[in-house]
Design a protein around this ligand. Structure first.
Ligand code: ADP
Ligand code: MG
Length: 461
């Protein structure tokens, strides 16, 4: 292995474990992931050494989707994962037959398996960049964190795709509730839990005849935050348990916040009565960030690491990674690592060298926001003006053309297009399409603009 790929491997593994660490509780991470060693990696496979044979089967059974999706996030490819047992690697505790799932130092009346899940100290409101894609979810989260149980947002439900900041917001609420002093110390039971851990706790409680203790642990929360509810799908008893906990907490005015990957009404394998309750309070979404927000996130992350990131480089990354903030961060980390390892300043050349592969593998996608930017730059107008209600002639021409291009080049519905243009309804969108088709395309100077813009969409980056 040359030094370059050695470094790549090192950076990759470091990043890989960091992502896993954010996704599982501390105990699982220490038990199952910390002892792993990356032996080999290529663009389509990982070979990981495990200290004992049972690690392979446990990981395969419980964490394969997580391992694969993490590898895919970083390598942008479907990855096969192989485990090999290495006797050269120390087990965390060789005397143990199987790893303990219990934590020794927990309060005696709380079942050991219900021990609190760690909160990532990076996930605070201060480090969350607000943009049009997430401002509502952010505002609602803040309101809830400031007055838990006292707003109309109970439960608060945040839904959205992977890597868009749901866990970040949920944990920011937890941190703020812990530290704000709004909850008196004896009531300050803020519980953050992934639905996976909730399920595991519940199963453990059945095995240990401790279901009553497990329930009471959750039922005495003052704030209950459950992440990724979609994983409750088809787990009927867990859902039932959660249903009762939900009712007790809600009836006594305790705050509940939930995240999920799609709107409640589209959740599969969840009981209707639960879905119904999810809609009692406020349901809000997080969308992929727009270009400006992506740039702001990159700049903020670089700032937090004490690194100056030139606008041209931030733009370059933000142009290429459009849908997932975790990938955005991953790219920046690769650049920072490369720059510090080789003592080179970050430049656009370096960025295209280090990140080029990641970018090239992606199909280029024409998005509404890309087209809005294209049209606004072309006509030298602010993007905001195109979205605004202004009736100034040159602005409404640009707006009609932008809407027309969105219909031509994206799969978005008229409704979605309307929403991206300042919340216009679909009949307004149809009006724009008619105007372009009936008038502009017949006007030589206007149709020339449309032709040039169409040409430009062929090179979306
Ligand atoms: P999700 O839970 O929706 O899959 P996460 O909350 O884990 O996503 O976010 C993925 C990464 O992106 C985290 O490191 C998080 O800090 C970062 N992130 C997401 N949204 C923002 C934002 N608006 N500002 C700053 N960082 C963000
Ligand atoms: Mg999450």
């Amino acid at each position: 292995m040359d030094s370059n790929s050695f470094i790549e491997k090192h950076i990759f593994w470091d990043r890989f474990l960091k992502i896993i660490e954010e996704r599982v509780n501390v105990q699982s991470y220490t038990t199952w992931f910390k002892p792993l060693v990356l032996i080999d990696f290529s663009s389509d496979s990982l070979v990981i050494s495990v200290p004992k044979p049972y690690y392979s089967s446990w990981l395969e059974e419980h964490y394969m989707p997580l391992l694969k999706s993490t590898a895919k996030t970083l390598l942008n490819n479907n990855i096969s994962i192989k485990f090999i047992v290495s006797s050269n690697i120390d087990s965390p505790d060789d005397t143990q037959e199987s790893p303990s799932l219990f934590q020794p130092d927990v309060e005696p009346d709380i079942p050991a398996f219900s021990s609190p899940q760690a909160i990532n100290p990076r996930f605070k409101f201060d480090s969350f960049v607000i943009g049009s894609s997430n401002q509502f979810a952010h505002a609602a989260s803040k309101a809830v964190a400031d007055s838990p149980g006292s707003t109309a947002f109970n439960p608060l439900v945040i839904y959205g795709g992977v890597g868009l900041g749901k866990t970040h917001l949920l944990q920011a609420i937890a941190s703020r509730c812990f530290s704000s002093g709004k909850l008196s110390t004896e009531n300050n039971r803020v519980i953050y839990v992934s639905s996976e851990k909730f399920t595991m706790d519940f199963i453990m409680s059945i095995q240990n005849n401790m279901t009553a203790q497990n329930s009471s642990y959750y039922r005495t929360a003052s704030v209950l935050l459950v992440d990724d509810i979609q994983f409750f799908n088809n787990k009927e008893r867990t859902q039932e348990e959660f249903f009762h906990i939900f009712n007790v907490l809600h009836q006594s005015g305790k705050q509940i916040v939930l995240t999920m990957d799609r709107p409640p009404s589209q959740l599969k394998g969840l009981a209707d009565r639960l879905i119904n309750r999810f809609q009692w309070g406020l349901v809000t979404d997080i969308q992929p960030p727009d270009f400006e927000t992506r740039v702001a996130i990159l700049k903020k992350k670089a700032d937090a690491d004490g690194v100056y990131l030139d606008n041209s480089i931030a733009h370059f990354i933000a142009e290429n990674i459009t849908s997932n903030i975790r990938e955005l961060e991953g790219s920046l980390i690769r650049l920072l690592a490369y720059s510090s390892l080789y003592g080179e300043d970050i430049s656009t050349e370096m960025a295209s060298k280090v990140l080029g592969d990641t970018f090239r593998k992606k199909p280029t996608l024409i998005t509404i926001e890309f087209l809005q930017r294209l049209v606004s730059e072309y006509f030298s107008l602010q993007k905001d003006l195109i979205i605004s209600n202004s009736r100034r002639k040159e602005i409404s021409i640009a707006r009609h053309i932008a809407i027309y291009l969105c219909k031509q080049f994206t799969d978005s519905s008229l409704k979605t297009i309307g929403l991206h243009f300042g919340g216009r309804d679909h009949s307004t969108v149809i009006h724009s399409l008619h105007t372009v088709e009936k008038k502009y395309l017949k006007d030589p100077s206007l149709s020339k603009h449309i032709q040039i813009l169409t040409e430009k969409t062929k090179n979306p980056v």
